[in-house]
Design a protein around this ligand. Structure first.
Ligand SMILES: [Zn+2]
Length: 306
């Protein structure tokens, strides 16, 4: 009997204590347990993406390679060839657009040297400062004017929707690579030593290492179920570094996409729905540049016909 009384007493104390804590929490706590900060203002992952790009493998290169400038540095490894296939439409841009002569910028000074070498313009559009190569900006302004006369608007998604610096691409890359290694080391698929070895490398050197791991199904996209290149552009490969790309706020509107296309702006990265690339030519000229249309999420993307 005494034992029961003691147990009951403790039960009341515990209950009272819990209630007291809950009550206090409900009435006086002003801060919630902190959630993981959302640090990426313009996430590259597109939740609505339902398919992976369908680009034929092993097909002989068609006209695309012949369209590249003669001084273009052809990629010599699998990673470089993959990146050319996924992001390469930019390299055949015309009508004054100047594309880099390589698939991957090596480092920040490489990017800065390129960016300093091409004519560029900065305008405030939709409240954001937008910097693009001058012919791309001229065409964008024409598209904006055309949209306005049709009662539509065209603008950037955010502050980093146009020109980017190398460091931004490194930060985005690390935001996928670092959590990826935590996951895969935890799963026992990658050793801590291997993860540390790769993380100690320069971002430029990490790219082929990460793509090599992905050949074994060790993926680094945000959801860890597909390649990192469908999530972020590897450092030095983003079309934004070339100032010929814009992430468009109104990208879901087919009329906006039509107006952009009429002005030389096309979708060329099939995993990236807000992303447009300035190619500078009419759509009917794109096949002649070695590009082919692929459909994803009901949209047409022009990708290298490789
Ligand atoms: Zn983009």
């Amino acid at each position: 009997m005494r034992t029961i009384k003691i147990l009951a007493f403790f039960a009341i104390l515990v209950f009272a204590g819990c209630w007291s804590i809950d009550s206090k929490a409900g009435n006086s706590r002003t801060e919630m347990p902190s959630e993981r900060p959302v640090a990426t203002p313009t996430p590259r992952i597109t939740p609505t993406m339902t398919t992976t790009p369908t680009i034929a493998n092993g097909k002989k290169s068609g006209g695309f390679m012949a369209q590249l400038p003669s001084d273009f540095e052809q990629p010599s490894d699998d990673a470089g060839r993959l990146l050319l296939r996924e992001y390469g439409s930019l390299f055949v841009a015309g009508n004054g657009a100047i594309a880099p002569k390589k698939v991957v910028f090596k480092d920040e000074s490489d990017v800065m040297a390129f960016q300093a070498s091409v004519p560029q313009s900065t305008e405030t559009i939709g409240g954001y400062s937008v910097t693009l190569q001058t012919p791309a900006m001229t065409a964008l302004k024409a598209a904006i004017a055309e949209a306005r006369s049709a009662g539509l608007s065209i603008g950037p998604r955010g502050a980093d929707s146009a020109k980017r610096g190398y460091k931004q691409t490194v930060t985005l890359w690390a935001s996928r690579v670092n959590p990826g290694f935590v996951f895969w080391v935890g799963k026992g698929r990658v050793t801590q030593a291997e993860a540390s070895r790769i993380k100690a490398m320069s971002p430029f050197e990490q790219v082929p290492e990460i793509l090599r791991l992905e050949q074994s199904g060790i993926y680094f996209a945000k959801d860890l179920s597909k390649s990192i290149i469908y999530s972020v552009a590897p450092p030095g490969t983003s079309q934004h570094l070339s100032m010929l790309a814009l992430d468009v706020q109104q990208n879901e509107n087919p009329r906006v996409r039509e107006i952009l296309a009429r002005n030389g702006w096309f979708q060329t990265v099939s995993s990236d729905l807000p992303h447009f690339t300035y190619l500078g030519v009419p759509e009917t000229d794109l096949p002649g540049l070695g590009l082919k249309p692929v459909t994803n999420s009901g949209r047409r993307f022009w990708v290298p016909d490789l």
